[in-house]
Design a protein around this ligand. Structure first.
Ligand code: SAH
Length: 231
């Protein structure tokens, strides 16, 4: 029995589970279909390929992880994407979430930023190889969170945990734009959906989650080196 067969079975299992959870959890059928078109096995390290369609996060190197499929589905659904939307992602990582976004906006654009150069390069190459190159731009993270020079965005997704709602990201959202991000401690966060309104913004939470920290000005500092962590 080859991996191909097992992967196909696991894939069917995963997507029927997501469809079962759809009503209860607010998952969008269009997002489930978009995820079915993206080969997640290409975005995980070769040694984890057999786990690509398990509903779990997986390490992708440099202390980072590719998110659990359920969380990708929940966050993407909450963005309420239209096919012409201009979308910003912070935290490219493997590029999997980026590909799902690109599938959702066939007439739009996705800009994604990443601070680990090795992840940026492999995601950029893989996304181009899979045919997403035209719609997707992978950029190195700058001094300011997000991509102010390309604002405003119809939707922003942050795939790393923030300590608070970063004001600089809210400012990059169009009026009527949606942002989904984890907010909380370094170890556990509340998945949060923010809509920018004419007067300010409205907030709704979607449940608990666990993401790697968002690093940078207005977010977390990089882990202190070991000697500084001693009491
Ligand atoms: N969406 C990714 C998940 C990646 S994990 C996927 O589908 O695989 C979160 C990523 O956020 C990590 O790769 C981390 O390096 C990156 N990151 C953390 N802080 C960042 C920042 N300020 N700007 C851009 N990327 C950041």
């Amino acid at each position: 029995m080859g991996y191909g067969y097992n992967l196909e079975e696991a894939k069917e299992r995963l997507f029927s589970a997501l469809r079962r959870e759809r009503k209860a959890e607010g998952l969008d059928e269009r997002v489930i279909r978009a995820m079915e078109r993206v080969p997640r096995e290409r975005f995980v390290p070769p040694a984890s390929r057999h786990l690509a369609y398990e509903d779990i996060p997986l390490p992708i190197g440099w202390g980072q992880t590719i998110s659990q499929p359920f969380i990708v589905c929940l966050m993407t659904s909450a963005l309420d994407l239209q096919e012409t939307d201009k979308v910003l992602e912070i935290g490219t990582g493997s590029g999997y979430q980026t590909a799902v976004l690109a599938e959702m906006v066939p007439k739009g654009k996705v800009i994604t930023t990443e601070r680990v150069p090795q992840l940026l390069q492999s995601a950029r190459a893989l996304l181009a190889e899979l045919g997403y190159g035209e719609r997707v731009e992978v950029r190195p993270a700058g001094e300011v969170l997000g991509c102010p020079e390309e604002a405003p965005f119809n939707a922003i997704i942050v795939t790393a945990g923030a300590p608070t709602l970063p004001r600089v990201l809210l400012e990059q959202l169009a009026v009527g734009g949606r942002m989904v991000l984890p907010i909380g401690s370094r170890y556990e966060q509340e998945l949060t959906r923010v809509v920018r309104t004419r007067e300010g913004y409205s907030v709704r939470t979607l449940g608990l989650c666990r993401f790697v920290p968002l690093i940078g000005k207005g977010a977390w500092e990089e882990e202190a080196p070991p000697e500084e962590q001693k009491p």
